[in-house]
Design a protein around this ligand. Structure first.
Ligand SMILES: Cc1cc2nc3c(=O)[nH]c(=O)nc-3n(C[C@H](O)[C@H](O)[C@H](O)COP(=O)(O)OP(=O)(O)OC[C@H]3O[C@@H](n4cnc5c(N)ncnc54)[C@H](O)[C@@H]3O)c2cc1C
Length: 303
């Protein structure tokens, strides 16, 4: 029986783990990966105390700090949480079950999908949600990016330095990202911009071969041959499986108050998985600290 189990090893969960360990709580972190969205970023330049740091180095520093406090990080995916009659919780992961007195939900956000046939089948076989991670796999080859916000523009910029050609496809007539990024992308010779266009079909069986693109104005359809396809259309929480445990808002974000308390006593939530307007590492870290301290207080008051 743990005092606290933190689900998610992004910056929010890792900070919660440090605070819980410093309160001498018996702590475990369970996560599908270590670092969360930070592994998709490149340089982090807005974390106080470190002028700029590679995202991977920051992840390593944070997880090492957690391990140095004697906290285990278990790689597992949580599928279900049940409340026991004594007020503790049973957490079912894919690999095993865990028992705990309190929980911090720090599951962050997952990339949004287009929802097209073959999208799931070809992830890792040409389809990716992370240009920084997978871009180097497509050196000298043609790739496509879908999306019109800063993430998509960023991805196009990164990929234009690696790939032979980058098709940047967006369903609206005008990009919604920063003007400076738009100007950069427009000036780049090997970026082909396809506005007011939808990706309507992914073609390929063992690996990605082509994309079918429809122009929404003149309804013409054309196929482009690409080796890589980067889907950069935003992120969303994946919390359907928690519907019976905690209250969520219309977007699936877990409602939590300023003390990180959810609608369920003993369950706290923090970071990108909660409804805060701004989603950033430093914000997640702050909220993760609050969640762990609130869980500690909850246990003290129960004694
Ligand atoms: C490309 C990119 C660049 C960015 N650059 C910056 C930047 O420069 N500066 C900045 O401040 N912010 C940046 N951000 C935002 C920042 O990364 C996020 O705000 C931050 O990572 C949120 O932290 P989190 O711990 O709340 O969630 P996440 O980082 O999303 O971590 C959630 C963790 O929970 C795990 N998880 C989810 N569901 C389950 C489950 N069911 N079972 C077990 N584990 C689960 C995930 O695998 C993940 O490890 C960037 C984001 C992206 C995508």
């Amino acid at each position: 029986m743990y005092d606290i189990i933190i689900i998610g090893a992004g910056p929010t969960g890792l900070t919660a783990a440090i605070y819980a360990a410093r309160r001498m709580m018996k702590t475990l972190v369970i996560s599908k990966n270590i670092g969360g969205q930070m592994v998709w970023a490149s340089e982090i330049a807005n974390y106080p105390g470190v002028k700029t740091i590679g995202a991977i180095e920051l992840v390593q520093n944070m997880s090492q700090q957690v391990k140095d406090f004697g906290v285990g990080i278990k790689i597992d995916e949580v599928k279900k949480i049940d409340k026991n009659t004594d007020g503790s919780f049973k957490i079912d992961g894919k690999k095993q079950s865990y028992l705990t007195k309190t929980i911090v939900l720090a599951m962050g956000l997952a990339p949004k999908q287009l929802g097209l046939a073959r999208e799931n089948q070809l992830v890792g076989k040409g389809i990716s949600y992370c240009a920084n991670c997978d871009g180097p796999l497509f050196k000298g080859k043609p790739v496509a990016v879908v999306g019109g916000g800063n993430a998509a523009l960023d991805a196009a910029e990164v990929l234009s330095k690696i790939a032979s050609q980058v098709y940047l496809i967006y369903h609206k007539p005008k990009f919604k990202g920063f003007e400076s990024l738009v100007a950069w992308v427009e000036a780049r010779k090997n970026i082909i911009i396809m506005l007011a266009s939808d990706v309507v079909e992914i073609i390929g069986e063992q690996k990605l071969e082509r994309l079918k693109i429809e122009n929404k104005i003149d309804r013409t359809v054309k196929e482009i041959k690409v080796d890589g396809f980067f889907i950069e259309i935003g992120h969303m929480p994946k919390t359907e499986w928690l519907a019976d445990l905690v209250e969520r808002d219309g977007k699936g974000q877990i409602n939590a108050d300023l003390s990180a308390k959810t609608s369920q006593a003993g369950v706290f939530a923090a970071g990108d998985v909660t409804p805060g307007e701004f989603k950033q590492i430093i914000i997640g870290c702050g909220q993760g600290a609050v969640a762990a301290l609130s869980a500690y207080k909850y246990l003290q008051e129960k004694k």
